[in-house]
Design a protein around this ligand. Sequence first.
Ligand code: NDP
Length: 444
Amino acid sequence: MSGGSDEPLTTWAAKSEERWVQVFRTRLGPTLLLLATPPMAMIFWIVCRHLDGSLARLLDADGWRAVVAHWPRPTLTAVKIASLFAMFEYALLVALPGKTFAGPITPSGVQPVYKLNGVAAWGVSHAAFFGLSYGAGCFHAGIVWDEFGPLIATLVLFALLFCLGLYAKGRFAPTTADTFVSDNFVWDYYWGVELHPRALGVSLKQLINCRISMMGWSLIVCSFAAKQAEIYGHVSNAMLVSAAITVVYLFKFFWWESGYFTSLDIMHDRFGFYICWGVLAWVPSVYALPAQYLATHPRDLPWPVALAIFTLGVACVYVNYAADEQRQRVRATGGETTVWGRPPELIRARYVTADGSEHESLLLASGWWGVARHFHYVPEIGLAAAWTLPAGFSHFLPWFYVFFLTILLLDRAGRDDLRCAKKYGTHWDDYRRRVPRKVVPGLY
Ligand code: NDP
């Protein structure tokens, strides 16, 4: 059903929770994802490294022989790289100075806190990577490329076990009262039981999602570009553009880190396989596919084309950031600000938390949030397309992330609509009337 229908979303929300949707969302879908995604993460590496990036070759007998012959396994080197990197990022999170940021209050009334030193950690991490490789010669900068198969295998297995640990922690030693354990183990393992688990004095979501996964992604892409230079003697402009857009996007992520703590990953999604395994294993294996593919497929684009793609990518990063920033600024100032040069159009949405107390949130109905209810997903997909364009169109594999992201974000827009409809009731219906489209104006 289209989000653009005039039917009140509260009614639609109730209808869409029919039994089969529940069974699919909480049992069938999670089981399929738990079984399919770990091997997919490994197969993508095999296809990229040993089948020339061609998924079609998997259909040949040779393709499957390659899968069996090259199935990656953890190695001591991979375990060392992953654990040293995680310890380094933990040390930076704890040791670098930064303001304390109090995140949104949870349904049980808890206000989680985070340390804002992401930009400094980004600078130190990249300086350490390039300084220790090119400067001090401690390792060569293409090391992540060389060990990538074993690294993915290590991360896949470690994260599967770690999510079991998170489940046990949630059951027996939860950090906050927001923990929820159902009678469905598959769902609890997949979705997680804790909202804001903490350990070793830090938020596990901040440490793992931001400092290990996002930081790791940026360094992985740098290592893939360095590997191309090691193999071919130079970095092609296709790789340069793809890597530069990715690194700009990830730098923006750390610049905006406090905003991330008000996003769905943090506020709503519990910390289980979906988020934790996703950021530890799926992000490196899938999100870095364009750079992984380009490392051994160097292409030199005409410079005007390369610059046009770079500009498109950075413009999408900017629009995505501007939309996130508008929403947060409007709330932080209580609406006493301007949006696109005018006073913001606001809906004062009231809601009640589990303890029965009443609260108010501001819903912005102008600026990017007046274009569509989740318009910021369009530039998110656009920037991913921009860092994939340099890989060309000969193979689908580098485009897999764009394809996956589009499904993820369309589903997310639907989930968020349901969540907000439940939270804000008629106020959300009012927003929905004013801004009828979910993602794309006039279309969806
Ligand atoms: P959003 O930024 O879409 O935030 C959704 C929440 O914002 C809602 O639950 C609601 O929370 C509040 N909200 C909704 N409408 C309004 C409004 N009109 N005015 C004010 N507040 C509103 O969350 P996401 O986590 O989906 O996205 C955050 C960022 O992360 C985006 O830039 C997105 O593109 C990116 N992203 C990237 C992904 C990737 O894999 N690359 C995946 C997902 C997101 P409340 O309860 O506070 O009202």
